[in-house]
Design a protein around this ligand. Structure first.
Ligand code: MOS
Length: 728
């Protein structure tokens, strides 16, 4: 087994052979035809025999106490199989580590907290019966307004402790030019298109869950713990997932409730959360308040950089939006302060949503940089170039690879970024005010533990297996490309099995670590196979060449099938973070340039064009990588202009918990987007040399839009989203 950690020679020999034939090419998704033909079955579509359908009943208030739950009217409906309000496995007081709905407590932790499951023959019957379950409560005042709560400066949850280097206050006092500005972002929903859903069934004491989830290995552990069964008795399947955006990183109550209900009724049970319930039973991104302070000398060199934020969490949640995380390595400056304060609220849990930290943190710091450039009389691009660090300015570590300056140069050239910006509100096109803006993008790079198994079979095919997910990102295709490249097999001869916890434990999809981590495990599994083939050829792995089903070494060429001697050959690969990820500062980088038009009469904002250039290490598939980046840019436009989950601070409810009123961008909002790469293989990142792509595109994207709006209108909006009322 190849167990290559980061301090070993890194790049697998199969990827060291110069020009790649398969890896990196813009191949179509190999799972695409199954998806468009409806042959790809999603969690709620799975239909085991006698499957029953369930609906969940939530609390009707946001704080207080449950007095009694009356299920008689619901139970009287024809077609109702069971109404469950009690299960001994659901521990009191842990209501909200989302997987553990609290049927054993009468305390209401937040609005919509699950208190009953209705199981019925059809969805319509389940919904109607759920409506008839009467939850009698004694309401109490709750902490529903995050801005009205005291701030804990050192919360002790989350992974990013406060950082203070030098003396920001005195550096600010000594600076020739300063900025001290506060920016805010609202609550964001993850907003995956496929509903959060589970179909569960038992076979004796073993349970299988067909679930829409990003990280099924971790899900299996959580489910086993919640159900109080051994984890070997839990199998989680997720071969297709229709988007996650962080909301499907953990296990939702619907998965546990489906399993519990299936056991109660002795039949398979499936649950899909309706959109409005998703807002309460799936985590959301906290709103943020972010104070940015920047102090410079007269020439524009940053001396002080402070990014101090406040975010919300409820009493059960352990996650803290790491708002300043992306700012840590972004710009030079000796005095530095980065903090994340906490307010406790009685709202649903906050959690990881689409580039947690950077997505909203870059909004504040990149708008702050724009404001600061104007105060200095510098082009915002020149101001950033001037403060490009040579080592990580916070940790002092060397960068693994950092091509930010190249991104700036290529982006500016492609976009036509001028040396001198037009004055704010000076360019008009009929009734439209036109402006341009830019922002840097940065997303920390992570490699996580991942294992994979690859078989080559005598018929000249390869099979890749791991419990990775493909959440619409291209995992099937990318892993097939890695194996195809390593083994010299065309993509049509590589099969990929994912989304089953019976397969080797892999990275899962989250934190932009999926492709690099799982891809590396696949590469190392292939390396394992190459080592055996080399042995059979009496050659070293380095001199081995594989192409079109043939193995070449030392002037000999042997069909792969002959070397296999009629037996399949299996390789196993395993990777994870190692010494290089400790020694170096790792991130993906990029820059966004944007042109907007703002209607001078109505305040309507249209993004006219947007272009990004990104440093992402090795490109594994130019098409799926581009799709990830323009998808992120589209999210950035949405959070700049429309995404805004409004908390009703009187009741602890969301005013707009559905797609009718929580506005994600639609095609009509998005112009043609361009994403280009600066490719440099990052051998410190992982064996395949790829850095994260998934969340990079959203980082900085919103700020570029808001900066362009300022240039168009002369109105500086510091509270996202920039709705038209803020511009008039
Ligand atoms: Mo991501 S927000 O880690 O899926």
């Amino acid at each position: 087994m190849s167990d290559v950690m980061m301090d070993d020679p890194l790049r697998p020999s199969g990827l060291a052979q110069g020009q790649q034939q398969i890896l990196g090419r813009p191949l179509d998704r190999i799972d695409g035809p199954a998806k468009v033909a409806g042959a790809a079955i999603y969690a709620f579509e799975h239909a085991p025999d006698r499957v029953a359908v369930a609906a969940i009943v939530g609390t009707p208030v946001g704080a207080g106490r449950i007095i009694r739950i009356d299920t008689r009217a619901a139970e009287a409906i024809h077609g109702v199989v069971a109404v469950i309000t009690d299960d001994p496995r659901m521990p009191a007081g842990q209501a909200n580590s989302r997987a553990m709905p609290a049927f054993q407590t009468d305390t209401i932790f937040h609005y919509g907290q699950p208190v009953a499951i209705v199981v019925a023959e059809t969805q319509a019957i389940a919904n109607e019966a759920a409506r008839l379950v009467h939850v009698e409560v004694e309401a109490a005042p709750g902490r529903f307004d995050p801005r009205a709560q005291p701030v804990e400066a050192k919360p002790g949850i989350g992974f990013l402790p406060p950082i203070e280097i030098g003396d920001v206050d005195s550096a600010m006092a000594d600076a020739a030019v300063t900025l001290d500005a506060t920016y805010t972002t609202p609550v964001h929903f993850p907003a995956a298109l496929e509903p959060h859903a589970t179909t569960a069934w038992w076979d004796g004491d073993a349970v299988t869950l067909r679930i829409s989830n990003q990280v099924i290995g971790a899900a299996r552990n959580t489910i086993a713990q919640a159900l109080k069964v051994d984890k070997d008795k839990v199998r989680v399947l997720a071969p297709y997932v229709g988007g996650g955006f962080g909301g499907k990183t953990g296990v939702g109550a619907e998965a546990i409730l489906a399993a519990i209900a299936a056991q109660h009724v002795g039949r398979p049970v499936k649950i899909a959360l309706p959109r409005r319930q998703t807002a309460y039973m799936v985590h959301h991104r906290s709103d943020t308040v972010q104070r940015i302070r920047i102090g410079c000398d007269a020439a524009g060199h940053i001396a002080a950089m402070a990014h101090e934020s406040v975010v919300a969490q409820n009493d059960q949640g352990q996650f803290l939006e790491p708002v300043p995380f992306g700012t840590l390595p972004l710009y030079a400056g000796k005095a530095r302060r980065f903090t994340t304060g906490l307010v406790r609220v009685d709202l649903p849990e906050t959690g990881a949503v689409r580039a947690p930290g950077e997505a909203v943190g870059t909004f504040a710091v990149e708008c702050g940089m724009d404001e600061m450039a104007e105060r200095l009389g510098l082009n915002p691009l020149a101001f950033r170039r001037l403060n490009e660090p040579t080592v990580d300015p916070t940790s002092g570590k060397p960068f693994s690879t950092r091509r930010m300056l190249d991104c700036y140069d290529e982006g500016a050239r492609r976009f036509g970024w001028p040396d001198v910006l037009p004055d704010p509100a000076s360019v008009r096109d009929g009734e439209w005010l036109v402006g341009i803006g830019m922002a840097a993008a940065l997303r920390g790079n992570f490699t996580v533990k991942a294992e994979a198994r690859v078989h080559v079979t005598p018929d000249g095919r390869a099979m890749v297996e791991c419990d990775m997910t493909d959440i619409g990102t291209g995992t099937y295709t990318v892993l097939a490309q890695v194996a195809g490249e390593m083994l010299g097999l065309p993509i049509g001869r590589v099969d990929v099995r994912l989304g089953d916890t019976d397969l080797p434990p892999s990275a899962g999809s989250g934190g932009s670590f999926g492709a690099g981590s799982a891809g590396s495990a696949v590469a190392l599994a292939c390396e394992d196979i190459l080592a055996e083939l080399a042995r059979r050829m009496n050659a070293s792995p380095e001199e081995l060449r594989l192409k079109d089903g043939c193995v070449m070494a030392g002037g000999r060429q042997v069909p792969l099938a002959d070397l296999l001697r009629g037996e399949p050959l299996t390789g196993y690969g395993k990777t994870g973070p190692g010494k290089e990820s400790q020694r170096t500062s790792q991130a993906s980088h990029g820059v966004h340039f944007c042109e907007v038009a703002v209607n001078a009469v109505t305040g309507e904002v249209r993004v006219r064009r947007m272009l990004g250039v990104f440093d992402i290490g090795r490109v594994l598939n130019a098409k799926t990588a581009r799709s990830q980046l323009i998808g992120g840019m589209a999210w950035g436009i949405a959070y700049a202009l429309s995404e805004d989950a409004v908390v009703d601070t009187r009741t602890g409810t969301f005013v707009n918990p559905d797609f009718g009123e929580y506005h994600v961008a639609v095609s009509a909002d998005i112009p043609a987007l361009e994403a280009h790469f600066i490719e440099e293989i990052d051998d410190s990142a992982n064996p395949v040399g790829a850095k994260g792509v998934g969340e990079l595109g959203i980082s900085g994207a919103g700020a570029a839009v808001v900066n362009a709006i300022y240039n168009a209108t002369g109105v500086r909006v510091r509270a996202m989203p920039v709705t038209l009322d803020k511009l008039l």
